[in-house]
Structure formats: C-alpha cells, structure tokens
Design a protein around this ligand. Structure first.
Ligand code: SF4
Length: 454
C-alpha cells in the first residue's frame, strides 16, 4: 500500500485489505505467533501484580509529568547530553535539521523509532539532501519498498518472505532467495557499511529515567546499539510521557514490555545510555542530543483521555485486536494502528481527520485485558465514539437510523407499528441489500417478544 493513505479512507482501505489474501495470511501467522509467545512468556510470572505496579508508576508519572520531565532534563544535562524541547513536529524537525547541518552530517543511520515516523522526519531530511538509512531489518524492508511501517514493533509484518526476497532482488541486485537467514545476511552486509560510514545516528527511546538522566532503548537486532554508538553524533527523540522516575522502575518495564510484546523474557539488547562518552571511556557517542517532543501530549494530559499516555508501545493490544489482525496496519492510514493507534490518532490528528477509524473496533475488550499498564482502551474508544456523535461526524445513515429508532422507542404504539412494517418489508429490503450489512442480518423472529409474553 502507498504511504499516502488517510484515516478518512479507512472503510475503502479496509475493504481492499480484506481481499488481500497474502496480507491476511501474513497477519494471521505473525499475530498468532506473537500472542502465543506472549501467553507463554506471561504464564510463569505474577502478571497481575506487575500490571498493577506498572500502571501505578505510569499514573504517578502522568500526575507529575512536568516535574519528571524537568528532573530528567536536569539529570541528562548533568550527564553530558544536550537537551532540546520541541512543542510540535515542525519544531522537532527543525531542531534535528540544525544539529545535523551545523556538524556537516550527510549520512544518517536510524534505529527504529515510531516517534520519528510521527513527525515524518525521514521525508523532511531527505528533501534537504540527507541520506537516511533505516537499520532495523523490518524498517529497512519498508524503506526499500517505499512504504510505511504497518506495526509499531514489526514494521514489515505485512510482508511474507517471498515478497521480501523479490524486493531485495529488485532493489539490491542480489540473487532471489526466500530464506530468512540468507535475506538477513544480505541486509546485514549492506547495513554494516552504512554504520561504519554514517555521520550521525538517530534513535527513539523506550524510557527516559528522571533520576539518572539515562535513556533506555530496547532492540532485538543490535542495530540500535550500533546506530547510537558508532557515529560521532547521536540524536535521540522521545515524547515527554516516556519518562519514568528511577532505574528501579526500568527494571520492571524491562521485564514487562518484552513479555507483553513478543513473549521474550528480555529484549536481546537493552541499551541504557547516560550522557555522551566521557574522558577515558572507550565506547559511546561523542555528542548526544535529546529532543523532548510534546506534539499535543500536554493537551491530552489535561483532558479526559489522559490515560492513553500510560501506553508503553508494547503492541499487545494491536496483536490481539480482531480488526487489526484481519486488515493489518496500513489500512488505518496513520502512524499508529490498532486500538492504541485509533485513540492516539484521534487525539493527535484531531477527530475531523480520524473519525472513520472509530469503526475499526468491535469493543470486544481484548485490548484492555492484555494491556500491561492497564490503559482503559475500550472506555477511551467508547468515549471517542460518543465525541464523534456529539460532533456530528458519524455517518448520515447511522444518524438517521438512530434518530428514527429513538423516536419509535419513545412510543409503544409507534414501536409496534415499526416492527410490523419492517417485518412486512423485510423480504424486499433483503432482496435489494445484496451482500451489504442489511443483506447479512438474520431474519426477524416470527413472533415478537411482546407477542410471546402477551
Ligand atoms: S495501549 Fe497497552 S497494550 Fe496497547 S501498545 Fe500501549 S501499552 Fe501495549
């Protein structure tokens, strides 16, 4: 799918995705695997206790966010990082551009980062002549394909290995193979040269520790560690709610997040970076800049949807969502997909730009049950649906139907008449409805409830 999809086209995008058999097969295999491994990973730990603790930590952070952000900034500055604050995406892009330009950087290696997707950083830098190379294997694949990530942790989840083999063959001029080991080795060979010749590395951040000024990055491929230590300059971008109070809290999240995401006991690599390289140290970047992005978070924090900011981007709610599992992430036409993505997109982009996404949920509650930090996703989704109705953005047919139904339910006589008419007209409506929603509804009962009890 192209990168120009919009949430406003959700219904059309979803209808196309449902017909895409290779996509549905890839989604089925990957999300089944994630959920099976998650269940195994959580079976041996006191998960409800951990969820309570994690939720309490995140709530405490939200209750005192400005103080924690200030504390993190002071600690990171003391540790040798240069701090920047960005009110919105444009400010963040400009800050990063100036840092890179002032140091004469040309080539940038990137570790996977959804926050830089949110601010559309790659396009911005490429338009200004920088070479940006994604180094996470999934991100590298979608970058080669000219696409966007379709999952917050597994960007190329929508592609099967045959498609990746064809892509590598076409773009890199290598012999076709669909063997994942061969494909990984090919990518590693290409990316190794990029790491060694890059002028700067850009990464996201999983958590920022207020007391120590450290940033923590969880990866599985080691690319994050190379992108943040090999180039002389590292720019880390994070949204303000990623702050946690102490390194002890990081210990809980380092066990909880990977288990919730992929069932892993720990991520393969956990980098905790505290400032730039100090005199006498042999590793680490020479210059570390940290960009703290607000981009609407302060507004969300002040409102009734604030608990979405507890989210630690584990993707468990995405993997279990029956809608996401069926259509994949591109159909949402937004940076973030799945249940947390709907809420975030509606809040970050505005209801008028995202309201069709509120149909991308069955409100089954599975997302809320798996969330490791107890984000009340179903409640937030229902509240957003109510807001959509209040703003008059739900479909015209839905509004007309509900208004008619409301009118009828106010009068037993009218309700009974409506039942009789709709039952009489039902065969005709079914005939013309075809395979649409009306055509798929079950036939009305032969006797109404009131007829049965009278
Ligand atoms: S809302 Fe919860 S389950 Fe979903 S990504 Fe965020 S932390 Fe994970």
């Amino acid at each position: 799918m192209s990168k120009t999809l919009s949430p406003l086209d959700f219904r059309r995008n979803a209808a196309q995705a449902v017909k895409d058999e290779p996509l549905r097969e890839a989604m089925r295999i990957a999300t089944d695997m994630f959920m099976t491994k998650r269940a195994q990973g959580l079976s041996m730990v006191p998960i409800e206790l951990w969820r309570d603790q994690a939720s309490a930590i995140r709530l405490d952070v939200l209750d005192h966010l400005p103080e924690y952000v200030d504390r993190f900034s002071s600690s990171a500055t003391r540790a040798g990082a240069v701090m920047h604050r960005a009110r919105d995406a444009e400010a963040a892009r400009e800050i990063i551009f100036h840092i890179l330009r002032d140091r004469g950087a040309k080539k940038i290696v990137k570790a996977k980062s959804m926050i830089t997707e949110e601010i559309h950083l790659n396009e911005y830098l490429e338009d200004r002549g920088f070479q940006v190379v994604e180094t996470d294997l999934g991100e590298y694949i979608v970058q080669l394909a000219g696409e966007k990530p379709s999952h917050i942790l597994a960007p190329a989840i929508h592609k099967n290995r045959r498609q990746v083999g064809e892509l590598f063959s076409e773009k890199l001029g290598v012999p076709y193979s669909d063997d994942p080991t061969v494909l990984t080795k090919i990518a590693r060979g290409v990316l190794r040269k990029e790491f060694l010749t890059a002028d700067a590395g850009i990464s996201g951040v999983n958590f920022a520790v207020a007391n120590s000024g450290s940033i923590a990055i969880f990866t599985n491929e080691g690319n994050g560690r190379m992108a943040t230590t090999l180039p002389p300059l590292h720019i880390a971008v994070l949204s303000i709610e990623k702050v946690i109070p102490t390194l002890k809290d990081l210990s809980l999240f380092s066990r909880l997040l990977p288990r919730s995401a992929t069932g892993q006991v720990l991520s393969s690599y956990l980098s905790v970076i505290t400032g730039a390289r100090k005199p006498g140290e042999s590793t680490g970047t020479r210059e570390l800049h940290i960009v703290l992005l607000d981009n609407g978070r302060s507004e969300i924090l002040a409102g009734e949807y604030r608990e979405i900011l507890k989210c630690v981007r584990c993707s468990a709610c995405v993997n279990i969502c029956p809608v996401y599992r069926t259509i994949g992430g591109h159909a949402y036409g937004a940076t973030y997909s799945g249940p947390m993505g709907i809420v975030l997109t509606a809040l970050l982009e505005g209801m008028d730009k995202a309201y069709p996404l509120l149909d991308a949920t069955t409100l089954c509650g599975a997302c809320t049950e798996v969330c490791p930090v107890k984000v009340p996703l179903v409640k937030l989704l229902a509240m957003l649906r109510e807001q959509r109705v209040n703003e008059g953005l739900n479909p015209l047919m839905e509004r007309a139907t509900m208004a008619t139904y409301a009118l009828a339910t106010k009068s037993p006589w009218l309700f009974s008449l409506g039942q009789k008419i709709s039952r009489a007209l039902w065969p005709i409506m079914r005939k013309f409805a075809g395979k649409g929603l009306l055509g798929r509804l079950p036939n009305p009962a032969s006797r109404t409830f009131r007829e049965r009890i009278s």
